[in-house]
Ligand binder design. Structure first.
Ligand code: TV7
Ligand code: CA
Ligand code: ZN
Length: 393
């Protein structure tokens, strides 16, 4: 009746942890773990859990986190406590360590649990893939791409993506990492700067002086010195405000198509940050649920083992719509999904419009001006085509 069926021999697993969603970064902080609850409730309302293997993920162990992070950093993360009196601004604490405790990466109750649960979901997803129990594994609680080996950054403390990719690398020769969050995937890029077994590709808003983190220029392609095997294995797609579905999907298909052909990955890890959607509190693009989802669809069609991670996304109703639609794509029921939100959806009034696919006008009133001339997008594709001449599988 719902049109949702389960094709034989094709498995999707869904990894979440309700305890993760209870954490708070602070009242005015843009990162709201509750968006995961809203997303799940919409996914379940559509009945999609019946077409997937659903797992409550465990927390990653200290040893698992230490596969990437330094033990100094983990030890500190495990022992720091939030201050009893909240500070009003960053820099008022003279001994911030590892970039912890500022306004972007505040210390909050249960921080270590929150981080290890996010990484646990990502690792569970990776293991379902490597054990071949899943063809696509979904970890919407992961995708925290800015965290460094020994530093928190941009709302990210533990880089669950790096930890999951390291697990994939135990079984697969090459992994392709793709990042459609509106921010540059700097932490993942840096972690794999010196290996040719991971190619990282980030699409992002780029404005070195005015948009976080300021890295990810077109010609930042990995250190080219000292015979680095990882040289040319970082691909950056710097974009400007207001890019549309049509332009973004053209870029995505053309760039990822060429990369798959040249790099011949054995698995794909896709970070689906939903802050690249129109109307995001921090984002700048004009992407709709359809255009964002088309990236997932393209990756699925490549036919390789695939992990879907979450990431940014600061307007919870848009995050829930995108990750619901993308879950339906993973399952393969996207053509049968009713665009009308199910009547019994919890928090239905949160969604403002009762459709899964609001128009740009519904989302924004006035769409953001598009500052991406076609000519610039062609230059980007051209640069990347030339970069790929240095890459071989
Ligand atoms: C993956 N932008 C993470 C994206 C991380 C972006 C930033 C904020 C922000 C933080 C707040 C807040 C905010 C309205 C927005 C240079 C600064 C400027 C803090 C005010 N409101 C992801 C990180 C980015 C915190 N950081 O990719 C508490 O915006 O631009 C910066 C750095 C210094 C710190 N100030 C902002 O999507 C998950 N932060 C309100 C309260
Ligand atoms: Ca990105
Ligand atoms: Zn982001």
């Amino acid at each position: 009746e719902s049109g949702i069926t389960r094709p034989k021999g094709y498995n999707v697993s869904f990894h979440c942890n309700p305890d993760m969603e209870k954490h708070h970064f602070g009242m005015t902080h843009p990162m709201k773990p509750w968006r995961l609850t809203l997303s799940k409730s919409l996914i379940y309302s559509y009945g999609m859990s019946f077409a997937m293997d659903n797992y409550i993920s465990r927390a990653a162990t200290y040893e698992e986190l230490a596969s990437f992070h330094s033990t100094d950093y983990l030890d500190f993360l495990g022992t720091v406590l939030p201050e009893p009196v909240p500070r009003d601004l960053e820099n008022s604490n003279p001994d911030l360590k590892f970039n912890l405790g500022g306004s972007d990466c505040p210390l909050f109750d249960g921080l270590y649990d929150y981080c290890s649960m996010s990484a646990g979901g990502a690792l569970d997803a990776a293991r379902k893939i490597t054990s071949k129990q899943s063809d696509i594994a979904i970890a919407w609680g992961g995708g925290l791409h800015h965290a460094k080996k020994a530093e928190a950054s941009g709302f990210c403390y533990i880089n669950d993506i790096v930890v999951a990719i390291l697990e994939l690398l135990r079984f697969y020769p090459r992994v392709l990492y793709i990042d459609i969050d509106v921010h540059h995937g700097d932490g993942v890029e840096e972690a794999f700067f010196s290996t040719d077994r991971v190619m990282t590709v980030s699409f992002h808003k780029y404005d070195p002086n005015n948009f976080f983190p300021g890295t990810g220029a077109l010609d930042d392609n990995g250190p080219k010195n000292e015979h680095n095997p990882g040289a040319h294995h970082a691909v950056n797609v710097p974009l400007n405000d207001g890019i549309t579905d049509e332009q973004y999907d053209m870029l995505f298909d053309s760039i990822i198509g060429k990369i798959v052909e040249k790099f011949r990955p054995s698995a794909i890890a896709l970070q689906c940050g939903a802050d690249s959607l129109a109307g995001d509190r921090l984002g700048r693009f004009n992407l709709q649920v359809q255009g964002h989802g088309a990236c997932v669809e393209f990756c699925k069609k490549v036919g390789l083992p695939l992990i879907l991670f979450g990431g940014g996304g600061y307007t919870p109703r848009n995050v829930a719509r995108a990750w619901t639609y993308e879950t339906s794509i993973a399952i393969g029921c996207q053509d049968n999904i009713n665009p009308l939100l199910p009547q019994h959806t919890p928090w239905r009034e949160q969604f403002r419009q009762d459709t899964l696919f609001p128009t740009l006008e519904q989302i924004l009133g006035e769409p953001r001006q598009n500052r991406n001339p076609q000519k610039r997008l062609q230059e980007i594709v051209q640069h990347i085509s030339e970069q790929l001449r240095f890459v071989q599988a």
